[in-house]
Design a protein around this ligand. Sequence first.
Ligand code: URA
Length: 198
Amino acid sequence: MSDFDTLVNEIKVCHQCALSSKRTNAVPGEGALTADIMFIGEAPGFREDQLARPFVGPAGKFLDELLSGIGLRRDDVYITNMVKCRPPNNRDPLPEEMASCKTYLERQIKMIGPSVIVLLGRHSFARFFPGESIGKARGRPRLLNGLKLFPMYHPAAALHNPALRPVISQDFKRLKDLIADPGPNPATFVEPEQLSLL
Ligand code: URA
């Protein structure tokens, strides 16, 4: 069994926080293990919990459209979440739930080694840049600990506020440009101990 399969199996049977007692399925993530681009959302919702797959509900449908708009398929990227189990009623994940899941995400980043990590929404963004505003940071790449991070609004935000649709689409176009010309790949130079992101 590969190291990645071992990690996925650990996530599937994880009981490190209370979310595990309410889940139907843990949702480790999916996509190419050699992906250059990794998307990090917040947490699984109802459909994700049912199907054990990330972003397969309404927000996922919009994410699929955004990906195909820049010529990508889900298989080309890796998609995961900060928290791998669904919070009840889709509430925000609690700090202790994010802390319990922290090492899973770090191991995924280290094993996949993407050139660009897209932070979808304020929770994912705050994990790397606490106290900053996603509204100000969105759409521009940032470097942290040798990782190239690209913050944007969460696709679900556009479902509640349709005015955000063109904003997110525009940020995807910028992402396309970044992928086409990513510059030096900092992830290839990162030392394992630097991957402790908090
Ligand atoms: N929202 C997320 O943040 N992640 C999912 O997997 C689905 C919806």
